[in-house]
Design a binder for this molecule. Structure first.
Ligand SMILES: CC(C)(COP(=O)(O)OP(=O)(O)OC[C@H]1O[C@@H](n2cnc3c(N)ncnc32)[C@H](O)[C@@H]1OP(=O)(O)O)[C@@H](O)C(=O)NCCC(=O)NCCS
Length: 175
């Protein structure tokens, strides 16, 4: 799917009350990995991509993304809230890459199951789009599993369009 800033203006992210964005820092590898793991492990993409089922694999994934030469910290966010003891609780995350001067790519979009359907996923993607825009990106791509209807509906609602559907064989090395 692709979002084209020339065709669709990116809306300001609107987070529900009490939630706030946390910008990328290398000290946040663990919260990113934890949110990724807990969001995906029992969901469709956790079934398709076994990486998401183990915390250690999610942590390695975040480490690898963050040292990728195309990594874009401005489009890499956590969403948090202050818990009862004023400790930050992380509830959602997204990572971005700048593949070329004009093209950005969203890696993962994850909202913990208990925080879904409150507009957090939408604000998360829109927050990342702001980061891509500030980095001079014109178009942002992402891949979604065709059967992931919640994700597809979210992306269409934001303004992404589907430009290609393809079949990929998944090697299930850790069933
Ligand atoms: C996909 C995901 C990020 C959506 O997060 P979310 O916080 O629930 O999304 P929002 O509340 O911002 O939803 C915005 C809109 O997206 C659509 N949507 C989101 N979840 C939906 C669902 N389960 N069924 C139908 N539509 C859904 C709706 O249009 C929704 O607006 P509405 O609630 O006013 O109807 C979340 O379900 C998730 O983390 N899933 C597991 C990981 C995953 O599959 N990530 C995407 C990989 S490509």
């Amino acid at each position: 799917m692709v979002f084209d800033f020339a065709r669709t203006p990116a809306a300001e992210p609107q987070l529900p009350a009490g939630f706030f964005f946390v910008n990328w820092s290398p000290s946040l590898v663990d919260p990113h990995a934890d949110v990724l793991h807990r969001s995906f492990r029992n969901d469709l993409d956790g079934t398709v991509f076994t990486t998401f089922r183990q915390y250690g694999h999610c942590r390695r994934l975040i480490e690898l993304v963050s040292v990728n030469p195309h990594f874009l910290p401005a489009a890499t966010l956590l969403i948090a809230r202050n818990g009862a003891d004023q400790k930050q609780e992380y509830v959602a995350n997204i990572q971005g890459l700048k593949l070329s001067a004009e093209i950005g790519a969203i890696q993962n979009v994850a909202v913990l199951p208990e925080y879904r359907r409150q507009g957090i996923g939408q604000a998360l993607v829109q927050g990342a789009l702001q980061g891509f825009r500030q980095a001079g990106v014109c178009r942002v791509t992402l891949e979604a599993t065709a059967d992931n209807f919640p994700a597809a509906k979210l992306y269409h609602r934001i303004g992404f369009t589907t430009f290609r559907t393809y079949f990929r064989e998944i090697f299930d090395w850790n069933p």
